[in-house]
Ligand binder design. Sequence first.
Ligand SMILES: Cc1cc2nc3c(=O)[nH]c(=O)nc-3n(C[C@H](O)[C@H](O)[C@H](O)COP(=O)(O)OP(=O)(O)OC[C@H]3O[C@@H](n4cnc5c(N)ncnc54)[C@H](O)[C@@H]3O)c2cc1C
Ligand SMILES: NC(=O)c1ccc[n+]([C@@H]2O[C@H](COP(=O)([O-])OP(=O)(O)OC[C@H]3O[C@@H](n4cnc5c(N)ncnc54)[C@H](O)[C@@H]3O)[C@@H](O)[C@H]2O)c1
Length: 484
Amino acid sequence: MTSTSQDLTVDVIVVGAGPTGENVADRAVQGGLTAAIVESELVGGECSYWACMPTKALLRDATALRAAQALPAAGQAVTGKLDPAAVFARRDEFASKWDDSGQVDWLNGAGITLVRGHGRITGTRAVTVTAADGTTTNLQARHAVVVATGSSALIPPIPGLADASPWTNREAAGAKSVPGRLAIIGGGVVGAEMATAFSSLGSQVTLISRTRLLPGVEPFAGEYVADALRTYGVTLHLDAGAEEVRRDDAGEVHLKLSDGTEVTADEVLVATGRVPNTKDIGLEHVGLEPGSWLKVDDALAVVDDDGQLEDGWLYAAGDVNHRALLTHHGKYQARALGDLIAARARGDEPDLSTWGRHAATADERATTQVIFTDPEVVAVGHSAESAEKAGIDVGVIDYDLGSVAGASLHADGYHGKARMVIDEQRKTIVGFTAVGPDTAELLHAATIAVVGEVPLDRLWHAVPAYPTVSEIWLRLLETAGRDR
Ligand SMILES: Cc1cc2nc3c(=O)[nH]c(=O)nc-3n(C[C@H](O)[C@H](O)[C@H](O)COP(=O)(O)OP(=O)(O)OC[C@H]3O[C@@H](n4cnc5c(N)ncnc54)[C@H](O)[C@@H]3O)c2cc1C
Ligand SMILES: NC(=O)c1ccc[n+]([C@@H]2O[C@H](COP(=O)([O-])OP(=O)(O)OC[C@H]3O[C@@H](n4cnc5c(N)ncnc54)[C@H](O)[C@@H]3O)[C@@H](O)[C@H]2O)c1
């Protein structure tokens, strides 16, 4: 059988139909351009099928159950245990049963051309797509090629690990049964969330982390989550590494740790960070190293060590540029970039000023994240440490969330803490972190304060309703002092 080939010319080619790629293509089309999007697996990307959505669905029932148990009467009314099969069934719905037809319908409705297959850059503004049946499509762009190929789990070179059939986020997010014993290597966001999920579903979890738990956020937040995990029966080996991993003939996994402990488990989940999906996308044709993260300038144009590549037709957005490995930041970059490509195609100068329409300023000044452990962790902008490193004249205000009236009403024994990081020169908030049950929805108020650079004396006029957890804002301001 001979494989066939076809040619297609569009204004913009987007490689990768994850949340980032979909949004770049959508904004470009809304800006009057034509766009083709290339996808080798499922339209919707890692987030929809193996990351954000399914993992949050694995966590939600347990969080709701614990919330009920934190109230005397509701706790008495809820007496049973979680049914893992029901949790998995709901998770399956949130992963659209790994069927992307809904997202394909959305692409069609948005006027974006889908080309299924593996995309590789082959020359200037050129991408060749090889479909599963060997058919090729030669795409040519009039204006831009955007790489939005995302990231995959990093498997560290721990002796024996790769041969031990480790779980990555994909097997964890798509689990069909609950392992009796689960070892997790890595104490970042994936490790902490999956330790919460699987311990709640009944696994005996052991988590091994080279660092403290959740090294990306304020240390106190990781400590609250570590304490909670211990109460859920999770064994934590912090500041320890796995030195050797072996799966025996009976299927058991054995891990030798640097602290001298030996751990035996039924499955081992690797959660030690990500690698970019750039190994086989034709980077060699533009003078870049295959397998590397793509460095970008303020316009999200790919740059090498000497500056922008050729005449700036190649862009990268989302995980693959390593600015902020989060869906909402990938989508935020995508909105700026799709608009920028359309503007440049019209001959307009993009607005790359700080907070300008085409600048992804929030990636640097106001990265937002919710970590869906129980307690939840929310963070925007600087931690105290990163603000100091950035040369800001830092003020740190802490408050016990459990002492806020709304929080004590929300749950008996509410345990949490919030921190506001102030720029003492400008009298604005440059960072906010909170840890506590159901804090996720506190984040956006903080984000608006940081992005809006709202002066502290104006924030006194943002009156939080009584009795809500948001009164934390008033308490933080009172602690800071009105005459600061
Ligand atoms: C377990 C886990 C949980 C997470 N939870 C959250 C969360 O709750 N909230 C949050 O904001 N973030 C979360 N993240 C991060 C989030 O998943 C990523 O930031 C997000 O998926 C990045 O989107 P993207 O579009 O850049 O890449 P991806 O979602 O990785 O999409 C890239 C797409 O490109 C395709 N592709 C790759 N190479 C090619 C090629 N050569 N040709 C054609 N197609 C190609 C891939 O198949 C994929 O569909 C989580 C991550 C993990 C691992
Ligand atoms: N709720 C969310 O927003 C959410 C959820 C999950 C993942 N994500 C994103 O996905 C990305 C990947 O998450 P992740 O948890 O895989 O990476 P991560 O970078 O957050 O954490 C990796 C952890 O593994 C540890 N580690 C690395 N090598 C190790 C080794 N050999 N032995 C023991 N520990 C080791 C690191 O010290 C670190 O603590 C993150 O950037 C995160 O923001 C977001």
